[in-house]
Ligand binder design. Structure first.
Ligand code: TPP
Ligand code: MG
Length: 803
């Protein structure tokens, strides 16, 4: 069941008819899946359902225009499209609804995402790229409305890069940049800022992107009059229309139930975007939502009877059927028969998916039931255990949780038993977790041979007469080496192109490597990120620059929701090895502090967060990450660009290791842990502390995510028995994360003779100016006194109170 692309070309009438009937079959199948899907949720077999009913017909037309190598970035209404490109079967649809954890059964996400979130596989079982030019591609959906938009921009831009940048090996990714990135979005979601930001950026960049707006006049219960000025998104975006004088968009409008017009419009859109690299917007109007928004609630609550009657008359399937009959393509009787046979097929597919989902669990339940039954022979608590068994066996549709609850509760009743049955139960629970935990928790980070943790260190080397240069020179020369060595790399950001970034770390590189590879972009952090995500998903190695760490906030939603979850939500079937470049630390002012690491760390698990204390370390991180397939955020020290460093003679080659701390000063009295610019202050203070006889060990974390994989910090604490973490984030921010790692993960509490301390900035954001900084963030004196006080508490005689 797959749509045939070339409907209009040189076809006999009988081929033409068959093609349309094939399309209608796909649409009916999709509709029946939606109807039965809702029932599966309402009867409790599935947890939640959100379906594509009412949006079927335009997706048939879209699928015809969609070619191998193209990419989709859409949302939960696109199930008909996925079926029409042959990437979603009936069984897979229902497996997704049940949350089947096998990637074969639910290729979209192996049960990790709720149904209606689609994707295809870009990676093979060894995490190598598949040939994306030979398949129809769908980037994996996310739930936040309009969250698919930033990525869409990058998916489209990749074609532009592949078409225009010389020297890249395009084999697996592109044929002359002919691929179109197709987006879909609901009418109401166009109210989001991400939509407008993406639309503007694609117009500026002139990339092959076709965005379809599925307009059903509602966003859940909220009517267009509360969503969109003039209740019409293509009307208000008219100014984007291209003309003879200026680039822009081609804006097309079509009724969502008008099959022949839809076919023409999608073919036209495809041609314009593919050949001219001009973005196209298709406003698909007059769509319906026959079952309401999702399985939570019914649309009768918010649509009046007129609207409901209209929706029934203008249901795109009903209209397509009318058209087919009117044009002699089929008869009412034939279509009734067709509908019957489809209903049967969908029922069978659903049953097969359910059996595949439930059988292994039922088998596991039998095994467990027997184990528990055996226990009742020997345990004095047999009555309680029997009750648990009865409860377990009476569950009609058990899930894994039911099994584990029964098994783990039973353990509590047999704590004092000493039977082989007890040992069997323990072993069963342990192996059940071992087997099943990865189904829910694997692939947060890369599990391939290219995970950055496995990329070995190469230390910077220096000639005897190595020059002392500004830090920015090291970064700049290293980027130059990177762009010369890897044609698939590119960097883009505000002021990154013409002037070579605000600190001239890219000075002269646009001239040398071209405007497409070292590029200025608009002030639009979320879509800078989206550009990076989309291009990385198509085999390029983008470096997305966000000018300052504070402005990462604008992009944090997309970093967190999209980039950080991508590998996880596809169970390792898609990746975006993007590097985010930014600069921060020890800045001054409320919005220029560069300090908010705690907030970031908590939201970006799945991305490595690297905090080099100087530019040599930073350059080494870029070199490491480019060898890896893991996304990362690299924060350069803003006050390091003009600080002198020795110029290594293996620029572009040396690599800073990931997840490895560095002891920058050895000592015996206390372990001081810090990172970034604050680390340099701690180093300075450690020298001052020596003057009063306190010999501190200073450790640079370097890599916050992952954190100290060798557990070197606890080794230091074992020696010094005292610990202080110093950073410039708020109390309870990154310092709390570090403390948790050292105390709970590395078990440092065993070795502590003093309370472990954190020294942080104030609760508020830092005030402006040098005094603002002094009173807001830890100063050298703060660090000195805090460390001194720890020593005073331990030994007041040698360290009398300072103040
Ligand atoms: C950022 C965000 N806000 C709210 C929601 C909850 N939500 C899910 S779908 C939806 C309505 C979307 O309407 P529309 O874009 O018109 O798509 P439709 O469902 O009508 O096809 C809302 C508010 C969400 N998923 N994400
Ligand atoms: Mg809508």
């Amino acid at each position: 069941m797959q749509a045939n692309p070339d409907i209009t070309k040189d076809m006999s009438f009988s081929d033409f008819k068959n093609e349309i009937i094939n399309d209608y079959t796909i649409a009916l199948t999709s509709r029946e899946c939606s109807l039965l899907g809702r029932r599966e949720v309402l009867t409790g077999k599935a947890k939640f359902g959100i379906f594509g009913d009412g949006k079927e017909v335009p997706q048939l037309a879209w699928a015809k225009a969609f070619r191998n190598g193209d990419f989709r970035s859409g949302y939960y209404r696109d199930q008909t499209f996925m079926m029409a490109i042959g990437e979603l079967s009936i069984e897979q649809f229902f497996s997704g609804l049940y949350g089947h954890t096998d990637i074969e059964a639910d290729p979209m996400s192996a049960g990790r995402q709720m149904g209606g979130h689609f994707g295809t596989h870009s990676l093979d079982e060894n995490y190598n790229w598949k040939d994306l030019t030979q398949q129809k591609n769908s980037s994996a959906d996310i739930s936040p409305t309009a969250g698919q938009m930033p990525r869409l921009l990058g998916l489209a831009q990749a074609s532009k890069i592949y078409r225009n940048v010389k020297g890249i090996d395009t084999t697996l990714f592109s044929v002359k940049g002919n691929e179109v990135a197709w987006g879909t979005i609901g009418n109401a979601s166009t109210s989001e800022g991400l939509f407008f930001e993406t639309i503007n950026a694609a117009g500026v960049l002139q990339v092959p992107m076709v965005i379809s707006i599925w307009d059903d006049e509602y966003g859940i219960s909220v009517h267009a009059k509360h969503q969109t000025t003039k209740e019409n998104i293509s009307e208000i975006l008219k100014g984007f229309q291209r003309d003879e004088d200026a680039n822009g968009y081609e804006i097309l409008r079509v009724k969502g139930w008008d099959y022949p017009s839809l076919i023409n419009v999608y073919e036209e859109a495809s041609k314009i975007a593919r050949e001219e690299h001009v973005p196209v917007m298709i406003h698909v109007q007059e769509l319906t939502q026959p079952q309401g928004h999702s399985t939570s609630g019914s649309h009768e609550r918010y649509k009046n009877t007129d609207r409901l009657a209209w929706e029934s008359d203008f249901d795109c399937l009903a209209k397509m059927k009318e058209w087919m009959i009117a044009n002699g393509i089929s008869t009412e009787e034939e279509l009734i028969q067709l509908n019957k046979s489809i209903k049967k097929k969908v029922r069978e597919g659903k049953k097969a998916a359910w059996n595949a989902f439930i059988s292994p669990i039922l088998k596991d339940r039998d095994t467990l039931s027997n184990l528990l039954q055996n226990l009742t022979q020997t345990s004095p608590n047999k009555a309680f255990i029997s009750k648990l068994i009865t409860e377990l066996n009476s569950i009609e549709e058990p899930i894994r949780k039911d099994l584990l609850v029964a098994a783990r509760k039973t353990l509590r009743y047999i704590t004092f038993d000493a039977s082989s049955e007890k040992e069997h139960l323990k072993a069963w629970i342990n192996s059940y977790f071992e087997l099943n935990q990865p189904k829910y928790s694997s692939h947060l980070n890369s599990e391939s041979s290219l995970n950055a943790i496995g990329i070995s260190e190469i230390i910077p080397t220096y000639s005897d007469n190595a020059e002392e240069v500004d830090g920015r020179i090291i970064i700049r020369d290293n980027f130059d080496a990177i762009f010369s060595k890897y044609p698939e790399t590119l960097v883009f950001g505000e002021d990154a192109g013409n002037i070579g970034d605000v600190n001239q770390g890219l000075e002269g590189l646009q001239e040398k490597h071209g405007e497409l590879r070292v590029a200025d972009v608009g002030i639009r952090e979320a879509t800078i990120l989206g550009q990076g995500i989309g291009m990385a998903m198509r085999g390029l190695r983008p470096i997305a620059e966000v000018q300052y760490l504070d402005y990462v906030m604008y992009a944090l939603q997309i970093i967190s929701d999209d980039l950080a979850t991508l590998h996880y939500r596809t169970k390792g079937k898609q990746k975006a090895p993007l590097i985010i470049r930014t600069r921060g630390h020890r800045l001054e002012g409320i919005w220029h502090s560069g300090s908010q690491l705690g907030g970031i760390l908590n939201l970006v698990r799945g991305i490595y967060v690297l905090v080099p204390r100087n530019m040599t370390k930073a350059a080494g991180f870029y070199n490491t990450m480019l060898k890896s397939d893991q996304p990362s955020l690299i924060i350069e020290c803003l006050n390091g660009y003009r600080t002198k460093e020795k110029l290594p003679n293996n620029i572009g080659e040396f690599r800073t290791p990931i997840g490895v701390v560095e002891t920058v000063k050895e000592g015996s009295d206390i372990t001081l842990v810090s990172y970034g610019s604050t680390l340099r202050m701690v180093e300075q203070t450690a020298k001052e502390l020596l003057e009063v006889g306190i010999d501190a060990e200073v450790i640079d974390v370097q890599s916050l995510l992952p954190f100290d994989l060798n557990h070197d910090i606890v080794k230091s604490v074992e020696k010094t028995n005292r610990l202080m973490i110093i950073d410039e984030d708020v109390p309870g921010g990154a310092s709390a994360y570090i403390l948790d790692e050292i105390i709970n993960v590395q078990n440092a509490y065993e070795y502590l003779d003093s309370q472990p301390r954190t020294l942080t900035a104030q609760q508020h954001r830092p005030a402006y100016g040098t005094d603002g900084d002094y009173f807001s963030k830890p100063s050298n004196e703060d660090i000195f006194e805090a460390v001194y006080n720890v020593m005073h508490e331990a030994n007041p005689e040698d360290y009398p109170k300072l103040r």
